[in-house]
Design a protein around this ligand. Structure first.
Ligand SMILES: Nc1ncnc2c1ncn2[C@@H]1O[C@H](COP(=O)(O)OP(=O)(O)O)[C@@H](O)[C@H]1O
Ligand SMILES: [Mg+2]
Length: 355
């Protein structure tokens, strides 16, 4: 019979590091004295860097924890809170379930944080990635099926046109040729740029600068495009033209939603140990385009990245589906969240492919 003492017991620290729950320990001055590995990932801080700091320095909204930490200290009892929203200094927000356990001997409070929307976000990301791939396959297949016979149709109409002497009849062949060209153009736009991407180190802020200039030039004076950049963001390994196209489609939509009157924020941040779908990346560039326009209703939001989905009379509904597919070529993803007065498109691109 196997004995349970066969393996030496793992040190407590190692056990804590193996937990998927973040464990934070605070002293009575509400300074962090311990952080396990899951906690480092959640807070995007190393224990070395974070320990010794006050809870006030760790969060933008420390009050959500302060009250319960203080209560755990004074009342000596375990407190559980569900669904707390923690705002981190890097502008990330996490929804967590918290358990505060006072440890009387060491005069500390042990805080366990379990992220509740992590799985939900992974699921949503996976759905978007599947949609991205399915859309791409569908559009490619369809475009291929349509483009070949279309070429034949156009050629035949041209031949016919040469045989016809009657100008009134020629009008019909002209219609066939004109419509064939229109369809061809639509197919090309649906396919997006068909050249192979030219990958190179790209400074994302230069890309954003180009997009900002272009959108400002085509909109009126009352559009404000603010910049909130993280200058420490390293270069991306990307095709700059494709990135410009993708981000331009998003910023242009924001400008159209604002009818040229309002505010767009371009925000860049670096995320550590961040998931895009089920894949965890060591470093991810996050580019947010936030506008204070009317927002997108839930029904439209569910299908916004599908081709031909549009709310504008002169829209093609291709802008976002092309943007999603271009970012997909960089192994990234675009997510969207919206409420009236605040619509955020978040572009996530992994950074580790850089040489
Ligand atoms: N920032 C935004 N605010 C409000 N609605 C938006 C925003 N971005 C996109 N939309 C909506 O998404 C739809 C699809 O956008 P898109 O794929 O670019 O196609 P198009 O711009 O041709 O309509 C738009 O018609 C618009 O209704
Ligand atoms: Mg558009």
């Amino acid at each position: 019979m196997a004995s349970i003492t066969q393996h030496s017991a793992a040190p407590a620290e190692q056990v804590l590091d193996n937990l998927s729950t973040a464990v934070l320990v605070f002293d009575h001055e509400l300074r962090l004295v311990y952080l396990n590995q899951a906690g480092e990932i959640m807070l995007a801080h190393s224990a070395r860097h974070a320990c010794g700091r006050s809870v006030h320095a760790l969060l933008v909204n420390p009050e959500v924890l302060v009250e319960h930490l203080a209560r755990a200290f004074t009342e000596h009892q375990v407190i559980s809170k569900r669904g707390c929203l923690l705002e981190l200094p890097d502008a990330q927000a996490l929804r967590v379930n918290c358990t505060f356990t006072p440890v009387i001997e060491s005069q500390t409070v042990q805080l366990e944080l379990r992220q509740i929307d992590h799985h939900l976000r992974v699921e949503q990301d996976e759905a978007l990635i599947n949609q991205q791939q399915a859309t791409h396959a569908l559009v490619r297949g369809l475009a291929h099926e349509i483009k070949n016979p279309l070429g034949g149709l156009r050629g035949a109409a041209q031949l016919l046109e040469r045989q016809i002497k009657d100008d009134a009849l020629k009008e019909y062949t002209r219609i066939i040729i004109g419509e064939a060209d229109r369809l061809q153009g639509l197919m090309d736009r649906m396919l997006g740029p068909n050249s192979l991407p030219v990958m190179q180190p790209v400074n994302i802020h230069e890309v954003l600068q180009r997009v900002r200039e272009l959108v400002l030039a085509e909109s009126g004076e009352s559009l404000n495009i603010l910049r909130d950049y993280d200058p420490s963001l390293p270069d991306l390994y990307a095709d700059p033209d494709l990135l410009i196209q993708a981000i331009l489609n998003i910023v242009r939509n924001a400008s159209q939603a604002l009818a040229g009157n309002g505010e767009i924020v371009l925000r860049t941040r670096i995320l550590r140990n961040f998931n895009i779908g089920t894949r965890k990346h060591r470093l991810v560039a996050r580019i947010e385009v936030i506008d204070n326009g009317p927002g997108i209703d839930d029904e439209l939001l569910k299908k916004i990245f599908l081709p031909m989905v549009t709310n504008r009379t002169d829209g093609t509904g291709l802008g976002l589906s092309i943007a999603q597919s271009l970012i997909g070529r960089h192994h990234g993803l675009i997510e969207c969240a919206s409420q009236p007065g605040e619509t955020t498109f978040t572009i996530l691109i992994p950074l580790e492919d850089i040489a």
